[in-house]
Design a protein around this ligand. Structure first.
Ligand SMILES: CC1=C(CCC(=O)O)c2cc3nc(cc4[nH]c(cc5[nH]c(cc1n2)c(C)c5CCC(=O)O)c(CCC(=O)O)c4C)C(CCC(=O)O)=C3C
Ligand SMILES: [Fe+2]
Length: 342
């Protein structure tokens, strides 16, 4: 199959104070997030001057991917469009159409399956194409990459580096805490063709990172950034509650690794570096947050590898992965379909 472009698809974030509320309204339209929660999250953004770091992280990734493609003779233009904020995907797809693109591959900045992580991005792509009209390019999403070495290895090195900042004399009471975005339990139950895939993939990534970074240490997978109305159950435990449980059980220090994410965006710099750090301080726990892949050369090369898997005639043999959960290129239509929409 011939492709003539790649498009980076991400979440998007505001970059000026006056854009915070319109951005949050885009994110939560029709999703039943209470206004109190929205006001609270707006404050997190305003704490950083109304600038989410995610767009700049996408620009950096875009530049790195373009340079990597050029260095490896992969002659495909790379576009960028977001779900929730400028540059919006529909504008990007318009530009692609105007440039004569007919068939593109989409790299989405989320490694996992599930509605918010995968299906919703596919819906965003479909909506953007529909807005552009019948001459919009075909856009196929690249596969999920939770167990690709280009994603796992940067997390491994980041956990090792973080551990190096904790007191080695207290290693016996040190723990790894892997963190990912919580989702409603109904959404988690529906993830993947047979359900439960978001959590299963995260458990596999946590296992792979822990085994490579610190096989002697106990580890947990916990959840952060819960949203939605209080009566709707979301995945638990929340990282802050979990830190309290650990402190009570004699843990003296934690490395927190945000394996749910690819860059240090707001959910990382606020929910972990600000809130969870404060929780740890109050509990007297040593706390070091491990980094995310960002523009690690292995992560950047992974984007190219995922593309060549699909463009190279021998691509099927090029697939690299460390885990053994089922994996596919094209999601079945029954995958991750939401049951609940308030
Ligand atoms: C699984 C998942 C990922 C990981 C996959 C991926 O990376 O895509 C993710 C990433 C992100 N979530 C982000 C921001 C927000 N998420 C929200 C709300 C929600 N997230 C959800 C899930 C996820 N979210 C869900 C089920 C909701 C409830 C509303 C709904 O059903 O959709 C809200 C609304 C306010 C609130 O938090 O209540 C905001 C502002 C940012 C941008 C950070 C920045 O600006 O730097 C990023 C990368
Ligand atoms: Fe989110």
């Amino acid at each position: 199959m011939a492709y003539d472009a790649v498009v980076l698809v991400s979440f998007g974030g505001p970059e000026r104070p006056e854009d915070v509320m319109p951005f949050l309204q885009n994110v939560t339209r029709g999703r039943g997030v209470p206004p109190e929660r929205l006001a609270e999250v707006a404050e997190h953004y305003q704490h950083f001057g109304g600038v989410s770091p995610i767009n700049q992280q996408c620009r950096d990734l875009l530049a790195a991917v373009r340079a990597d493609f050029a260095a490896h003779g992969l002659d495909l233009p790379v576009y960028w469009g977001n779900r929730n904020w400028d540059p919006l995907l529909a504008d990007t797809v318009t530009q692609m159409r105007d440039d004569g693109v007919t068939r593109a591959l989409a790299f989405v900045t989320s490694a996992y399956g599930g509605y918010s992580s995968c299906r919703q991005y596919q819906e965003d792509i479909a909506a953007a194409r529909a807005a552009v009209g019948p001459d919009a390019p075909v856009i196929e999403k690249l596969r999920q990459f939770w167990d690709h070495p280009g994603f796992v290895e940067p997390h491994v090195d980041a956990v090792r580096a973080a551990l190096g900042q904790l007191d080695p004399a207290k290693r016996d009471t040190t723990r790894l805490v892997f963190s990912a975005h919580s989702v409603p339990t109904s959404m988690a139950a529906n993830a993947g063709p047979h359900g439960g895939r978001y959590e299963a993939q995260l458990r596999e990534t946590a296992r792979l990172v822990a085994a490579a970074a610190a096989p002697d240490l106990p580890y947990d997978l916990v959840w952060q950034s819960r949203s939605g109305p209080p009566q709707v159950p979301w995945l638990e435990p929340d990282i802050n509650d979990h830190l309290a449980t650990l402190a009570q059980g004699g843990t003296t220090g934690v490395v927190v690794s945000p394996i749910g994410f690819v860059s240090d965006h707001l959910e990382v710099v606020w929910d972990l570096d600000t809130e969870a750090l404060e929780t740890a301080k109050q509990l007297g726990l040593d706390f070091v947050r491990a980094g995310t892949p960002g523009t690690d050369p292995r992560f950047v090369a992974m984007v190219r590898e995922l593309v060549t898997e699909r463009t190279d005639p021998d691509g099927a043999q090029l697939r690299r992965r460390l885990g053994d959960l089922p994996m596919w290129d094209t999601c079945p239509t029954v995958c991750c379909v939401p049951t609940r929409r308030p």
